[in-house]
Every structure is written in structure tokens, then in C-alpha cells.
Write a protein that binds this ligand. Sequence first.
Ligand code: SF4
Length: 347
Amino acid sequence: MLDLKDCDLEGLKKLFLEMGEPAYRAKQVFQAIYAQGKTDFETISPLPKSLRQRLSEVAILSQLVPSQTLVSNDGTTKFLFTLKDGYCIESVLIPHNGYYTLCVSTQVGCAQGCRFCLTGRLGLKRHLKTSEIINQVIWARSFLKRKHPWPLRNLVFMGMGEPLHNYQNVLRAIKILLDPLGLNFSHRRLTISTVGLVPQMLKMSQEVNISWAISLHAPDDDTRNLIVPVNKRYPLATLIEALKRMPLPPRKRFTIEYVMLKDINTSKDHALRLAYLLRNIPVKINLIPYNPHFSTEFKGAGLEFERPEEREILSFQQILQNKGYTVTIRKSKGADIGAACGQLDGK
Ligand code: SF4
């Protein structure tokens, strides 16, 4: 059966026209699902009874309910969702002062194989459907409404998977999230994080206005090849050229993510080369000191990195700040429940 949550508004309109129904019916259904949170065709009252009946025979409105919810000492909450085919994915709700950010998954596993990342060790099992992406957000929003006074304000596509590798489903999900008749998130509050799939970056930046985080992690190809295998396909010069070509609204900047791995990419020379590489590009830099993994399962399989000393992290930051960059150090949240960056493994 067709899941209507796999369609954005345009897709729904097409579907309703094919069913011989006027396009405005699609708008009514779209609004009922997302703005009013309806989960059953029977309760979508503007629709005639015959259409409600027909929809319930040919379509469904799927939902995701977590099979496990873990809450960290710092308030970070990890949801584990078991999908229909038995695969598991995770989303992480991160508290800030007065609002929450949801870290959303887009694939089961990931094909990119970044060396420091537990998800990457799983390999790609499959892409998530649009509905599976959207339902993570719908669940988190309703969870917060029931339990917390703070709203879900920010969405970051930084959970399991490389969003741009699942291009069409992610694009449809973004359209539903940004649509004022849909989930109505601000484009300033929705960030796609990519390891640097250049053609898809260029394409998506033409299609939707969102914020971008680039997982750079190294200032030169030799170092990056070691950490991020996709660099061999899209080396730094190609990636930097793409950033220069991508449209960016006034006052918006790219976020450059830089995972700090002791003795790999944290020297003074790395910092100076990073500063040089990013010259003339509007960026802010987010340093992510490496999170050691809890799992012993992958020991000896390329995850044996170490977190740099505090003084190394601060000195790296200072060098970049002296060159005029805005540099934050990500405070790792949810590490005690395996919810921090690079720790998501669907368990
Ligand atoms: S860091 Fe992101 S892109 Fe790289 S393997 Fe992990 S999930 Fe995939």
C-alpha cells in the first residue's frame, strides 16, 4: 500500500489528480497529516466520506514509535526505532537553553566508511524512505509536546547515513519539513551535513534553501584520504570549488565540521593549512574532539583513534581564531548512552 508520507505536496497533488480528485484535496490531506497531526483518514473531516473510504483502501499513514528510549545524564535522549524489515535506526534529541535539536538519520548504516565513525563500520544496509525520515521528526516533536516545555527548533541531518547519498527521499523530506502547510520548520533551522558528495551538493543547493555543514576533518588530501575515503573521489580542491559556487543567502555561513583525532589532524601545521584552505569562504568552524567508542566490537578495525589533550584542542582553536575565524568546540552530549557524534550504530 502506498504511504502518503512518502510524498511531498507536489507528489500528493499528482496522486490525487491520477485518482480523479481535484488538487485542493491533496492540500487538505497534506495539512491534516502534518499541521494537524492526523493519523487516520477517517478523521480528516473536510474530505467526503467516499474519498476517506477509498484512501483507507489504497493508502496508509505510517508512524514510527521507538522500541527503546535512552536518556543521558545531560538530558540528551536517544530513540531507537525498529523498522518494518527489522533494521534499526536512531535519532538523538539534544537539549539547549530553551529549545531542542533533533539529529535525524537518513540511511540504515552508511556507505561512506569514515574511519572514526561507528555507523560507517556497518556499511550501507538501505536508504530510508521519506516517511521514515519524516516520522523521526514527528515522533520527537510529539514526545517533547508531552514531556517538555521546550520546542523542537533545529533539525540536523547528521544521524546515521550520508543524506546526499539518499538524495530523492531526503529532498522530499526537506520539502515537507519546510512547507508552511507541512511541518513548517525554518530553513535557517534545518542543516544538511555532508561528507562532500559534490554533484549532489551543487544540485540540492539549487533546489532548496537550507543550511550546510561540511564534514571536512582535514586540510590536505593526504590526511583526508586517511580519514574520509570519499576524498579520493572528490578531493579538497573540488570540494572547495563547490563551496564557492553554492548559493548562500546574505549573512549565512557554511559550518565546517572538524573531528579532532590525536596525532592525525591536530598539529599547528594542520591548523594553519586549514586557515589557508578556507580563506575567502564564509565559514564557521566547529571542532569535534573525538568520542572514544564504548563498543569493543570494532576494536582493531580502524576505530582506534584517541581524543587529543585539552591544551591541543584549545591551541588549534586559538590559531584559527587568530586568523579571524569563528571557532566553536562541540561539547559532546549523550556520550554515556552512545548518542554522541560517530557513536550511532543502531543498537
Ligand atoms: S561520518 Fe557520516 S558519512 Fe561518514 S561514515 Fe559516518 S555516517 Fe557515514
